[in-house]
Design a protein around this ligand. Structure first.
Ligand SMILES: *Cc1c(COP(=O)(O)O)cnc(C)c1O
Length: 376
């Protein structure tokens, strides 16, 4: 059996090695390292794939979130609601911009932001909601979009973990996550579903004016060379990363299918165990792209399982071990434990198993056998 990796980037690279090497070499030979034609090409292909009018590439997923918020023209003191149970980048950019983050609880099944909690947290200063499509599955976007519209709020989708997932509206129509709100963002961090060989990110929107604003912002606030109309940043996707991503985008659906197939195999082997809850999928089979395969260990010893898996050379992760509202950088007097019941519980229950595009049946058999041996 091949050594089990949390994410097998090497195995995935082997499959596309010749194409990638050639494209990287061509890019170097061209010496168009910044804003080369590779960036334009990838941008156009991603717009087509997502069904969105504008993709603005940038340096990473955290920048993408920051620039999206800058583009919306939010002012210091404005409140932005986001999930308590997610990676810190989302809340970090809110604070960095002098906005006030308002963290709220999540749904115990999907781990995504809970609309009832949003409704409770909204106030006169609330200007935006950032739903994070966590672990590969969309938040309840139809409900969130309707609530945002009724309350005149922007919706910024953090799609770093769910690129390629479909969201189905109640009328049956489908759209890609990231293309649903006013603006969406993603990350091309190597381990993400569409990963570069370094850092990268992108911002999506259907709004022409917002796209124009953001295009200047990523380039020092310049709309005309050496005229700085707004305060911007320097955030670019470099040409080599764009060349690699342009190749990998062609495989994104295939990669996501591999993840789904692995999730299905895990589910088949782990369902019905009294101490485990396998990942809940809210929609059809296109609605979850399994950035993570995250189990809940119930009435059990999650930390013991982590230790036992590590002893058996099975990598695993706890995403995320500490609620954001308890992190020193993000505490606030407004937060009360009873408003975070779900997050406070799931941080002690979740465990993410190896999930990537190269998992084999014998690896999944081995891992699930070891897990069942531990749980009895
Ligand atoms: C990875 C990630 C980010 C940040 O992306 P970087 O490219 O690492 O800056 C933001 N939000 C979520 C939910 C993520 O998973």
């Amino acid at each position: 059996m091949k050594k089990i990796e949390m994410v097998d980037l090497k195995g995935q690279y082997e499959q596309i090695k010749d194409q990638v090497n050639q494209s990287v070499l061509n890019t170097i030979e061209s010496t168009k390292f910044i804003n080369g034609p590779q960036v334009k090409s990838f941008q156009a292909h991603l717009e087509q794939y997502l069904g969105v009018n504008h993709v603005i590439p940038c340096a990473n997923g955290t920048d993408a979130l920051q620039i999206a918020l800058m583009g919306l023209g939010l002012k210091p003191g404005d409140e932005v609601i986001t999930a308590d149970f997610t990676f810190a980048a989302t809340v970090e950019v809110i604070s960095l911009l002098g906005l006030t983050p308002v963290l709220v609880d999540v749904d115990p099944k999907t781990f995504n932001i809970d609309l009832a909690a949003i409704e409770k947290a909204i106030g006169p200063k609330t200007k935006a909601i950032i739903p994070v499509h966590l672990f590969g599955q969309a938040a309840d976007m139809e409900e969130i979009l309707a609530f945002a519209e009724a309350n005149d709020l922007f919706v910024v989708e953090d799609n770093a973990q769910s690129i390629g997932a479909d969201y189905t509206f109640s009328d049956g129509s489908k759209k890609k996550t990231g293309a649903l709100g006013h603006v969406g963002t993603t990350s091309f961090f190597p381990s993400k579903n569409l990963g570069a060989y370094g850092d990268g990110g992108a911002i999506f929107t259907n709004d022409d004016d917002l796209a124009h604003t953001i295009r200047g912002m990523v380039n020092h606030g310049m709309y005309i060379r050496y005229q700085h109309d707004v305060v911007g940043v320097n955030s670019r996707l470099d040409s080599i990363q764009a060349a690699i991503l342009d190749i990998k985008l062609k495989y994104l659906d295939f990669y996501n299918e591999s993840r789904k197939a692995a999730a299905l195999k895990y589910n088949q082997r782990l369902a019905d165990h009294p101490n485990l809850i396998t990942p809940f999928r809210k929609g059809d089979c296109d609605s979850h792209v399994y950035h993570q395969y995250t189990l809940k260990v119930i009435d059990g010893d999650r930390d013991g399982l982590v230790k036992y898996l590590n002893e058996n050379n099975i990598p695993c992760g706890v995403y995320y071990p500490i609620p954001l509202h308890l992190q020193k950088a993000y505490t606030s007097e407004r937060y009360k434990a009873e408003d975070f019941e779900v997050t406070l519980q799931v941080v002690n229950e979740v465990i993410s198993l190896p999930m990537h595009t190269e998992l084999t049946d014998d690896q999944i058999d081995f891992m699930t056998t070891v897990i069942k041996r531990f749980l009895g």
